[in-house]
Design a protein around this ligand. Structure first.
Ligand SMILES: Nc1ncnc2c1ncn2[C@@H]1O[C@H](COP(=O)(O)OP(=O)(O)O)[C@@H](O)[C@H]1O
Ligand SMILES: [Mg+2]
Length: 327
């Protein structure tokens, strides 16, 4: 298994025309052009090996989509080098695309007024997929994602989640070696999310397909990715094992408790009360100071509890900490 993606000092600067609202300003801006410069990528470098499933995470505006766009060849970078499967994506576009699959969760690549099935047939043509292989792969994918009937309806009549599933089919039909998924689980319900994750794991095992995924869903990352690349403000702030950052930064749990009785006080060593209302409270537990089990035991013993929920802090929080330089 060799290196499939090599990125060196990748940069992207967007120059957008600044215009104030209003007609007068529109006229003025015809004469005096002002620009806003955004350094979306400030020089990022990484390599990815064949068969890896890598999570690309970071807050909104960090540069994740810009990276995916440069890697999939739809964006021309301002500087740096990218080599994917021996191609320079934005240069060798036509020969390159048959090797990759791309899903942009925010933007559908399917024909809006046509049934998804038509888009799939178009892909068969574009990627020159042999008839038998296409039929087999298509029926497998449609069945797996329960899309047999839905794929016959115009895409515009589908729900967000259904469209996403169709997009996934379109991206994977030609069995690409490399798949880029930019926020692929937007709009998916819990069942579809699971299906989708299992599917990625299965494809990766069976064909050694490499996946690059951006998502805000920490559970998704945990389930799928051994390695994560964290990007913030156009720079990579962490590249490595997920287990390591988890150990380092995920030493907190959020515990929400709903009570059947009113107005009880809370205190427990190692836990900090974040919010409190008559019938509920939320605490943050430092798992290095006390275990989840001991806290839950304490809560169950001390209160009349209706419900308890234990969750990881969200990804934004972890990233903020990493970026804040706490080690
Ligand atoms: N086409 C564009 N024109 C101008 N600015 C852009 C464009 N695309 C992205 N940006 C800016 O570049 C930065 C990175 O955006 P993006 O890669 O989409 O972030 P992310 O996917 O991590 O949320 C943001 O500040 C965004 O506003
Ligand atoms: Mg994005």
């Amino acid at each position: 298994m060799g290196i499939v993606i090599e990125v060196k000092d990748l940069r992207k600067t967007f120059k957008t025309h600044k215009r104030e609202a209003g007609f007068g300003n529109a006229v003025k801006s015809l004469f005096k052009r002002e620009y806003v410069i955004t350094d979306a990528l400030k020089g990022i470098s990484f390599t990815i090996e064949e068969g890896e499933v890598v999570g690309f995470i970071g807050p909104n505006g960090a540069g994740k989509s810009t990276t995916i766009k440069a890697l999939s060849g739809i964006l021309y970078p301002s500087g740096g080098e990218v080599n994917v499967l021996g191609f320079i994506p934005w240069k060798d576009r036509i020969s390159y695309v048959s090797n990759i699959g791309v899903v942009f969760g925010q933007k559908s690549q399917l024909w809006w007024d046509l049934p998804a099935l038509d888009s799939f047939y178009l892909n068969k043509f574009i990627y020159k997929i042999p008839e038998r292989e296409f039929k087999e792969r298509l029926s497998f994918l449609l069945k797996y994602l329960s899309l047999e009937e839905l794929a016959k309806k115009p895409v515009r009549d589908l729900s967000l989640g259904e469209r996403m599933k169709c997009q996934l089919v379109a991206a994977l039909l030609h069995r690409p070696r490399l798949v880029f998924l930019d926020e692929p689980s937007i709009g998916l319900d819990a069942i579809s999310k699971n299906l989708f994750r299992d599917f990625i794991i299965a494809e990766n095992k069976k064909y050694g397909t490499t996946f690059i995924i951006t998502t805000h869903d920490m559970q998704e990352i945990e389930r799928l990715c051994k390695r994560v690349i964290i990007i913030n403000n156009g720079l990579i702030v962490y590249d490595g094992d997920l287990a390591t950052i988890k150990k380092k930064f995920l030493n907190k749990k959020l515990v929400d408790v709903i009570l059947e009785e009113k107005g009880k006080r809370f205190s427990f060593p190692g836990a900090k009360l974040l919010e409190t209302e008559d019938y509920r409270f939320r605490v943050e537990l430092d798992t290095e100071k006390a275990s989840v089990k001991s806290l839950v035991n304490h809560i169950l013993k001390s209160y009349d509890v209706e419900d308890i929920n234990i969750a990881d802090p969200d990804i934004e929080e972890i990233i903020r900490k990493i970026y804040g330089g706490r080690t």
